[in-house]
Design a protein around this ligand. Structure first.
Ligand code: FVH
Length: 293
């Protein structure tokens, strides 16, 4: 019987913080030859004991393989680490959190050095890496050819979602989702603050809060449909006039509970401004138009 041994793509990984180390372990476990480098060598030594090759310098690590992954603190650390390396002919996949503008500039920077470039925005925390059922994934954008060639290798740690050839789009999707997450955290913080001085166990509020947020989350589909169609009254269930009329109840309750309204008032102010424009029959979607400068 003939056995076909499929060679796994060798990977170079620069940056072994919490995320880089988690990524590294999945490529090792999947049998990919892995070369690592980290500014603090002790972190590379840990991976070397697990089967990786620890390079002496970033330049050596880059020279070792074609597929180069960076997972560093920020864009300036990427600049610093890659400064003395030869990227000609390399496929650079940058998983460092960046702004869209930084990602686009980094793509151009890589192109000038003869490398193909793919930017990544990681939608996972380290414990989700290597656990498919945890649902983590990375947004990728930039070179479609690079993505297609290396998708299998890139999908070892977490899932992959390619969002276009514009290198800035992965970062933009990343920041958009995380911004929505911070809005949710802000709302939950206000809810917990409201009950803080009462004899209500926060652990009894938490499941109610989680279920309510999950029930409300699908409303983003209606928002998207309205934005696409331009009719913000389409399918409205709770119109803006009714919701603005309700805001004093929220603010009065906030004051009665001895809580600062600072997380609520900016959004309520936008709702009031939109109502003042004569949009009472609309959904809350018009607030988005007020935000876009
Ligand atoms: N950890 C998380 O929850 C989030 C999840 C979503 C994506 N982020 C982004 O992933 C990038 C790396 O994050 P991390 O968690 O690995 O971060 P740290 O554990 O702080 O490790 C940082 C690594 O960067 C190296 N480093 C920092 N500055 C420099 C520099 N000037 N020159 C060379 N290397 C540098 C650092 O090296 P060392 O301190 O060990 O020597 C670490 O390897 C990040 O963009 C997150 O936003 C993670």
């Amino acid at each position: 019987m003939t056995q076909h041994i499929v060679e796994k793509t060798p990977v170079t990984l620069l940056g072994l913080g919490a995320m880089g180390t988690a990524l590294a372990r999945t490529w090792l476990a999947a049998g990919h030859p892995l070369t690592v480098w980290n500014r603090t060598p002790a972190r590379a030594a840990v991976l070397a004991a697990e089967g990786a090759r620890a390079a002496d310098s970033a330049a050596d690590a880059v020279a070792a393989n074609t597929l180069i992954i960076t997972c560093l603190l920020d864009d300036s650390s990427v600049e610093e680490v890659l400064a003395g390396t030869d990227l000609a002919g390399k496929d650079l996949v940058n998983l460092t959190t960046s702004t869209p503008a930084q990602a686009r500039a980094r793509a151009e920077w890589a192109r000038e050095r003869g490398a193909r470039y793919l930017d990544g925005g990681i939608m996972a925390v380290p414990p989700m890496v290597g656990i498919p059922e945890a649902g983590g994934y990375v947004f990728y954008s930039g070179s479609a050819e690079l993505f297609e060639q290396h998708q299998q290798t890139l999908s070892v740690p977490v899932g992959t979602t390619y969002v276009g050839t514009d290198a800035g789009f992965a970062a933009l999707h990343d920041v958009a989702l995380l911004s929505a997450m911070y809005g949710m955290f802000a709302g939950a913080a206000h809810a917990f603050a409201l009950i803080r001085k009462e004899n209500i166990d926060p652990t009894s509020l938490a499941p109610l809060l989680a279920d309510w947020l999950v029930a409300m989350a699908p409303s983003v589909h209606q928002t998207a449909d309205q934005l696409r169609g331009g009719d913000y009254t389409k399918g409205v269930v709770s119109n803006l006039a009714m919701q603005v009329a309700g805001t004093p109840t929220f603010l009065d309750t906030t004051e009665q509970q001895g809580v600062s309204p600072e997380l609520l008032t900016p959004y309520f102010e936008l709702m009031r401004r939109r109502l003042a424009e004569g949009s009472g029959e609309e959904d809350l979607t018009g607030v988005i138009d007020l935000l876009v400068r």
